[in-house]
Design a protein around this ligand. Structure first.
Ligand code: ATP
Ligand code: MG
Length: 249
């Protein structure tokens, strides 16, 4: 079992859209996939048309309530894809982890419980530098970080890697940034893309700004399924291929 997290400091940069599409790709390739929505916003839950209800609540789950992730996971419309949905009680996970000396421990224990039933667990993280993100960084095999090619988010990536070093939660080696929501009609996006390619360290996939992805909020179906021929779907497939290689899947 491998853990792929979609995370980062910036909000609204495509983390959830990425997590949902990669989870769909993993599942349709036949991997037993668990998508864990760790954001109280519940956007990943919504995008897969599931009820925003976490059975027993966040505090019970992270506190080691009986049954672990299997007891709260829901089947989705996609074969082989199960989802741990989010409701507002998920913010209790942050509260509990922020006062825990080793925040990774409860998360590691929950993930270990899925070893026999899942091939891959995909984590959709809330934005920001939090105890949840620190714990996720400690347990994940790869951290996918979407970066919109504009100067400010670029700096946010450096703050994010500083945070991992300060908290000693993860080696910067597992950080895998990729370009997200690129619109090459914008000179600044083209310029920053060139800068990124020169600097190196980014994955090759670049998810375009795409109306098909934006429509996921209405259709509640991953774009890799609703519009598999779109450029966005092709880039998500490329991203998944790179992520599986990094994660050792
Ligand atoms: N490639 C894309 N093209 C166009 N719109 C996109 C794309 N990716 C995401 N969006 C839209 O941008 C908004 C934010 O996307 P998303 O929820 O995936 O980001 P996020 O990083 O998870 O946000 P948050 O930090 O709030 O969790 C959504 O309305 C989504 O539909
Ligand atoms: Mg999100």
């Amino acid at each position: 079992m491998r853990v792929v997290a979609v995370t980062g400091l910036k909000g609204g940069v495509g983390k959830t859209s990425t997590a949902v599409n990669l989870a769909a790709l993993a599942a349709t390739s036949g991997m037993r996939t668990l998508l864990w929505d760790l954001d109280p916003q519940g956007a990943a839950t919504y995008c897969l048309d599931l009820k925003p209800k976490l059975r027993g609540g966040g505090r019970r789950l992270i506190g080691g309530g009986r049954g672990g992730l299997a007891a709260v996971a829901r089947t989705s419309d996609i074969e082989h894809l199960e989802v741990v949905p989010a409701d507002s009680s998920v913010r209790e996970i942050e509260k509990v982890l922020s006062i825990t000396a080793k925040p990774a421990k409860p998360l590691r224990r929950l993930l270990a419980g899925t070893k026999g039933t899942a091939d891959v667990v995909i984590l959709d993280c809330p934005p920001g530098l939090s105890a949840v993100v620190e714990a996720v960084a400690s347990v994940a095999d790869v951290l996918l970080v979407p970066v919109v090619p504009e100067p400010l988010p670029f700096r946010a990536l450096d703050r994010f890697t500083d945070f991992l070093e300060e908290t000693r939660s993860a080696s910067p080696k597992i950080v895998a940034p990729f370009i997200s929501m690129i619109d090459r009609r914008k000179p600044v996006h083209r310029r920053v893309e060139t800068e990124i390619r020169a600097r190196g360290g980014f994955l090759g996939a670049a998810v375009p700004e795409s109306s098909a992805v934006a429509r996921m909020g209405e259709e509640q179906v991953p774009v890799v399924i609703s519009a598999p021929l779109s450029l966005a779907a092709a880039e998500y497939r490329k991203l998944w291929a790179e992520a599986t290689e990094r994660a050792g899947l």
